[in-house]
Design a protein around this ligand. Structure first.
Ligand code: SF4
Length: 72
């Protein structure tokens, strides 16, 4: 249920695909267990409470990636 805000499906999607959040994190190692940091938990809380969608996180991650690549 991408695009929808909140709900167990969105939270499950994040649990199964932590890279949705973590892909822009310098500490992220694909294939390794993700220990949820405070930022991850805060984003998960917003998704859980319906204030943020997974799609909005993905959009933000794209902007962060683009901005980061321009800074190098
Ligand atoms: S849980 Fe937090 S610290 Fe760990 S990889 Fe994801 S964003 Fe980075």
């Amino acid at each position: 249920m991408r695009g929808e805000k909140g709900g167990s499906a969105s939270v499950h999607l994040l649990a199964e695909n932590p890279e949705i959040i973590c892909r822009v994190c310098q500490f992220y190692k694909p294939g390794k267990e993700v220990l949820e940091c405070g930022a991850f938990k805060i984003l998960k809380f917003f998704v859980e409470s319906g204030r943020l969608s997974v799609e909005e996180i993905e959009e933000a991650a794209k902007v962060v990636e683009k901005t980061s690549s321009e800074e190098v």
